[in-house]
Design a protein around this ligand. Sequence first.
Ligand code: PEP
Length: 257
Amino acid sequence: VNTRVPLIAGNWKMNLDHLQAIAFVQKLAWSLKDAGHDFTSTEVAVFPPFTDLRSVQTLVTADKLPLAYGGQDVSTQESGAYTGEISAAFLAALECQYVLIGHSERRTLHNETDEVVAAKVTAALKHNLVPIICVGETAADLELHGPSAVPVAQLKAALAGVENAADIVVAYEPVWAIGSGQAATPDQAEQVAAQLRLTLAEVLGQDVADKTRILYGGSVKGVNIAGFMKEPNVDGALVGGASLDITEFSSIVRFQK
Ligand code: PEP
């Protein structure tokens, strides 16, 4: 039996300052509540820039909003002379539940290696943050190695320091589908998600594999979400562009309707 609660996560990237974030989160929560969204049947999380997190925490706490939130990245280090970095302890102190790790933009623009990603996963888990481990192949990888080789290798590397019972989420995001308007097909997403679940079983055991949510990301919109959610190994979505539009994001969250 699949007991995995679907998760729809919005990665804002470098958009919305803390004032815009408060207005956005308030509107989003009300729009979902008005539509009768059951937050226990599909979980919703937002990933604002670091400078917004304190404001989002204050609002979510004060208004008891049923939204989760987290950072878009985290340092490998505990504390100290790491100018510009944000520690897992800081995110935990702001009551973040999740943190994105190894997003393709971090891997590409900031040269994050598999080793760095693994160290970030370990740092997050140490502070009880649930890492959303992002993996995915480029168009060139796809041509050279087929669809699942690179995502599977990235996941194995990211799990290097993870213990068996760890609470994690995996996001499969083909790089060619991110921000391109060209999403994978549900069938393509399912094929890779199934391989990623096998990898989880191999490395962390069947129980963890069964309970771990695997998200699809890459040009998810209101019109294509239902197709992905029908797939047995896809348990939600990581949404970029469409997470910045309340109507669009709400329709993704309410994919069954
Ligand atoms: C992302 O960057 O995680 C993403 C999936 O972006 P988009 O939805 O815009 O393709």
